[in-house]
Write a protein that binds this ligand. Structure first.
Ligand SMILES: [Zn+2]
Length: 362
């Protein structure tokens, strides 16, 4: 079968002429000169089966444009928003030049909220949630005169629809649980967040403490014949970023739990970037001291429960937020637990949203 192997577009490099690709032409156009002469060549956009494109329409909410351009002046801009049809919400992120153009177009819109049609955008999974982003074929239409847009606009006249569709904060409380409860959660907990008060017993040193990520989209890259590949973009990444990804064993008075912490959480705790720590290590496979020192201390941890945790009983969990110690509110409630069993031993989602936002990272 190897003779019939198909190469993904991401693996193509100049200088070789024996690739086999299986693609669909999704855009084709001819350029023309200033004098209006048609060029002989065609421009085509190819799509292989590594990528899935989709068309969606929705009301734009929580729109923000972020300029994350780094010190080296490398462009890293983002237009981030959520689109909703009133019953479901989907996250959208556009990148770099595309996001700048989109931002300009958004600012020109008079009619608010803006209703967007996205054509041929890419649907990916990121932390168990669908996330749409742009590829070269993606087009957007803002407040376009189309029946699907008009229909949504009409529904915006109903106050009840607006309340539900445009709600920006989840009012649902986040439950504080013990570790032995985490492994028994039912399907209703999938995608929801829970809070734990734990001690990190140890940082696992048999797993790598860092990952190489795509400089465009921050997804973890895969190493293939010495070349880093981002399957999300999809493209090769010649100089990937270094980010933290550590496994820790968390414990409370009921049990132990293996938890994965990503870059933002680790960076919040130790105040140093993975790249700087990486550069100092004489042996990159050994666990750096600053990470080892995370052990034997108390933390308040937020986890997001994923489908595989509940359905497949996958026993490793992912943090979405962490802070040192037990938050004062928590401690107080814990101390008063006996007299006030109904007290608010729960933080609201929005509190954590604010913390996330103020950390200045996605
Ligand atoms: Zn990428």
């Amino acid at each position: 079968m190897s003779a019939k192997r198909v190469d993904p577009i991401t693996s193509l490099k100049p200088g070789r002429y024996d690739y086999r690709i299986k693609v669909r032409v999704i855009r084709k156009w001819r350029g023309s000169t200033k004098e209006g002469e048609v060029f002989k060549a065609f421009n085509i956009v190819l799509l292989d089966n590594m990528t899935y494109l989709t068309d969606v329409v929705g009301i734009v909410k929580k729109y923000e444009f972020l300029d994350l351009t780094n010190k080296l002046g490398k462009d890293k801009k983002q237009a981030k928003f959520i689109i909703t049809d009133g019953s479901s919400n989907v996250k959208v992120i556009f990148w770099d030049k595309y996001s700048e153009n989109f931002d300009k177009a958004m600012n020109e819109q008079v009619e608010k909220p803006v209703i967007v049609i996205l054509s041929a955008c890419k649907a990916g999974l990121w932390n168990d949630e669908v996330e749409l982003s742009n590829v070269s074929a993606t087009k957007y239409y803002l407040n376009y005169n189309h029946h699907s847009v008009l229909q949504l606009r009409k529904r915006m006249n109903q106050p009840k629809f607006v309340d539900i569709a445009m709600a920006t904060t989840e009012t649902r409380k986040i439950e504080q649980l013990k570790i032995n409860q985490i492994t028994k959660l039912g399907k209703e907990y999938i995608k929801s967040q829970v809070m734990l008060l734990v001690q990190i017993k140890s940082v696992v040193d048999t797993q790598s403490w860092f990952m190489h990520t795509c400089t465009t989209c921050d997804h973890e890259t895969e190493l293939n014949n010495g070349i880093f590949i981002c399957k999300n973009c999809p493209r090769t990444v010649p100089h990937p970023d270094t980010k933290y990804k550590i496994h820790v064993i968390a414990s409370d008075d009921t049990s132990d739990l293996e938890v994965i912490m990503h870059d933002r959480e680790v960076r919040t705790l130790i105040g140093r970037r993975a790249r700087d720590v990486f550069d100092e290590q004489s042996n990159i496979h050994a666990l750096p001291t600053c990470l080892k020192n995370l052990a034997k201390k108390n933390y308040t941890v937020m986890l997001r429960i994923r489908e595989e945790n509940v359905v497949d009983h996958f026993q490793v969990y992912w943090t979405t937020n962490i802070c040192n110690g037990f938050t004062s509110e928590q401690q107080q409630t814990m101390e008063n637990n006996n007299d006030r069993p109904q007290s608010s031993s729960q933080a609201t989602y929005s509190t954590y949203q604010e913390q996330r936002a103020s950390s200045g990272n996605m």
